[in-house]
Write a protein that binds this ligand. Sequence first.
Ligand code: AMP
Length: 421
Amino acid sequence: MDSIKAPRGTRDVLGDESWKWARVLDVTRGVADDFGFKEVMLPIFEHTELFSRGIGDTTDVVEKEMYTFIDKGDRSITLRPELTASMVRAYLEHDMRHLSQPLKLWGWGPMFRYERPQKGRYRQFAQIDFETLGASNPLADVEIIDSSMEIYRRLGLSNLQVLINSVGCPKCRPAYRDTLKAYFESSAHELCDSCRGRLDRNPLRILDCKQPACRALTDNAPSVIDSLCDECREHFATVTQGLERLGANVKLDNRLVRGLDYYTKTAYEILSGDLGAQNAVCGGGRYDNLAEAIGGPHVPGVGFASGVERIVITMEAQGAYLGNEPKPDVYVISSVQDGTYDAAVIAHELRESGLSADMDFMGRSIKSQMKIASQNGAKFVCVIGDSEAASGTAGVKNMATGEQETVPRGSVVENIKNKIS
Ligand code: AMP
């Protein structure tokens, strides 16, 4: 029988990588605290309608990429492809608009999209997600963009490019759609098959296409900035000026429309020069109509999501500090495996005293245990060989200096604690 493998597009994050994730999340949590974002933990599956109404029926995510199934109660359920719609759902469900506004929420966890897997693109991936709900002030957009950049700054990332655009609002977007449609219709035969389909349904998405022929056409496409209404134009000006005042290096990109329909006004993306084809490390923007789209009142919102795998890949590629791989303070070595609990008791006492400790369970020779202690990066070993067991003592060795001494069994913990501090 063939052995069972993890499904395509998923990956096991093992012990040699998970501590890097811990650093990303620690730094993120620090930024969230410093900016006043509260952590929330939301369900991994939601009613399908939340995404079809929220994200938009004509988006790739909803049309092609959702993991949807009928549960045993005959409900259509979808594994969340992103977190923003769930955040807004939770905000509405818990009546948060009656609390002091805005609500600044953050969360992280696995998302699911049926995409073609490649490096940096998976079917299950983790996102960090920050959302400011209830504020239409453009300075909230500035703060969201700044908070994402602050995470990367604290992680020591470089070679990042922030792209920003405005995608207008329901007042000015229809006119832009028409202008764009008229522009692309005259060269429809040059568009790829998908974009020809988008021409009627969602011409803005053509701007996002990576096919060379479509890209060439979009070079001269009318700019959305020229079609913005006064409100959107002022909003965008405040956002860009605000970012400038913070010293943020951002670039205007008129082609940036993003894959999700709910964006209004600000849209932004952060690209990493060290990611290859899947180079977006962060995407976000304003979504003032999402709450209404999912059946709630008008609630303005702005947020971003960033892929944890892509952050870790970028950190590795740039040699950024990845945190410390956990290593034991002490490895307890014993030649007397059966009939005595010495090693287990010493390990227990060390842990109780606040140190980390590990020991052997495989009946290995002292020499092999010493080798494992060294491989595991233990700072000290505590050895109870036959003679130490007989005399009620233990050997303590500093692995960095090679210094060793024999100490009474009862003072092992104190001895090592003193040396470590
Ligand atoms: P989006 O929700 O599409 O705006 O994506 C936000 C961020 O999530 C992107 O910038 C990526 O960092 C990450 N991301 C999106 N899709 C994937 C995927 N399939 N695999 C890994 N990371 C992803």
